[in-house]
Design a protein around this ligand. Structure first.
Ligand code: DX5
Ligand code: ZN
Length: 224
């Protein structure tokens, strides 16, 4: 549709796959190539079988870049830690519907504290589960892999879920953004945009290469 084709796609490199010994250089590289968000995957070893970083690291990274910091919390009981991530410099905080009992309360809390509030759903969670909270979301994050690791294969059913989320959001909260995360690269980026995605997270497809910025430019030109 015309409205979708003129929308600017948001590219959100996930530094989960980056080389942290060269993190300043790697962030600068994707920033120079036109990334708008920096996707920060927070894992607790409980919600997902992997552990990454907490607010201290994000606070330090904040000094390196003016990009929008897009935190993806893969932690149980995210309500216990959102203030720490907010004060560390996260502009957007997305947590998992499966990780908290009171998702609606937390969405409202985030918004009332000046943070863009996002809700993520795992591959087995239907889009219909978002029906009663969609007005409270600034972002819906559709997982296209099971969260926990970079470099996994894209789950094709996510495309249909993006279409479903698009229909729900167009009807009920058109300002809400649809973000897709996992296994995204040159082979599926265009399809996801056409299905209605606003923001594409990319880890391995960028940082799996020596020059992630060059890779981002290449993918952007391929899907233009
Ligand atoms: C997975 C993370 C993703 C991950 C994506 O749990 O949420 O953000 O970094 O990495 P790729 O793009 O390599 O699948
Ligand atoms: Zn993520």
């Amino acid at each position: 549709m015309v409205q979708q084709s003129v929308k600017t796609t948001i590219f959100a490199p996930s530094i989960l796959a980056a080389d942290f010994a060269r993190i300043a250089e790697q962030i600068a590289s994707v920033q120079a190539a036109g990334a708008q968000w920096l996707h920060l995957d927070v894992m607790d070893g409980r919600f997902v079988p992997n552990i990454t970083w907490g607010p201290k690291i994000i606070h330090d990274l904040r000094k390196l870049s003016p990009l929008i910091f897009d935190a993806h919390l893969m932690i149980v009981e995210p309500e216990r830690y959102v203030d720490d991530f907010r004060t560390a410099g996260c502009d957007r905080i997305t947590f998992h519907l499966e990780a908290t009992v009171h998702a609606q309360r937390l969405l409202v809390y985030l918004r009332s504290n000046g943070v863009k509030a996002g809700l993520a759903i795992n591959p087995q969670t239907p889009v219909a589960m978002l029906q009663d909270v969609i007005e409270d979301c600034d972002t819906v994050l559709v997982m296209s892999v099971n969260p926990g690791f970079s470099g996994q294969a894209f789950i094709e059913h996510a495309i249909e879920k993006v279409r479903e989320a698009r229909a729900l959001i167009d009807e009920r909260n058109p300002d809400c953004l649809i973000e897709v995360d996992g296994g995204i690269g040159e082979s599926n980026a265009r399809t996801l945009i056409d299905a209605g995605a606003d923001a594409l997270v990319m880890g391995h497809s960028l940082f799996g290469h020596d020059d992630p910025g060059e890779q981002l430019r290449r993918i952007r030109s391929l899907i233009a």
